[in-house]
Ligand binder design. Sequence first.
Ligand code: URA
Length: 234
Amino acid sequence: MIRLDKLLCHAGFGTRKEVKKLIRSKSVSVNQIIVTKDDVKVDENNDWIEVDGQRVVYCEFVYFMLNKPQGVISSTEEGPTKTVLDCLDEPYQGLFPVGRLDKDTEGLLLITNDGALAHHLLSPRHHVNKTYEVHLSNPLTSDHIRKLEEGIMIDGGELCKSASVKVLNDHLIHLTITEGKFHQVKRMMIACESEVTFLKRLTMGSLVLDETLKTGEYRPLTEDEIKELKNAQH
Ligand code: URA
C-alpha cells in the first residue's frame, strides 16, 4: 500500500503540492470513487486509479537513456547552469544521473530513481566497464598504450586499473575503463602526453548508447536493457 499523493507524484502528475491540489479538485478516483483526501492509502498493484478519467499505471522505478549534450552539468541541483535533468520532460520526482560526465562530455548517461542499481553500477568493487570515444590532440605511442593497459599512473601518484585501448586512427581511440575517478580519461591522456579534444561515453556495463538519439535526446530503456543491467547486479 502507498499514499495516493505519493503514487501520483511518482507517476508524473507533479509535485506533492500540485498533486494534493489535483486530489482536492476531485480529479482523482480510486475504484470509480472520487477521492478528496491525499493521505488515503491505495494498493498500487490492484486498485484502479484514474486522473480525469485516465488510468494511472504505477511503476516504482523508471530508467532513461540520455545522450548528454555538452554544456549541461551532471547535477540534480537547480541553479543557473542547465542540468541533465533539465533535458527531460518527465516530471518524475527523485530522478538522478548515474555517475557524472563533465560539462563538456557527451554521450550515454543513465537517469533513474533506482538507487540500488545506481549503487551497483558506480561501486568500485564491481568494476563496471565504461567505454569512451576519445579524440586526441597527439597520437599515442605503443609505450603509452602498454602503460594504459597495465595501469597508468596519473598526476604522479594515482594508479589507474588496467584499461583497454582500441586505436581507430592517430587522433581517435576507444578507451574502456572500470573506474570513475575525477576527470579520469582526461588525466589518463595527459599522462600519455596528449589532450582530450572531445569526449563521448558509448557504454556503461551492458548499456550501449543508442546512436539514433541526437545529443540532448533521451528515451526510456527497453525491458531487455533493464533486465540485462539488473542481471549483472546479482
Ligand atoms: N573521464 C573524464 O575525464 N571526463 C568524463 O566526463 C568522463 C570520464
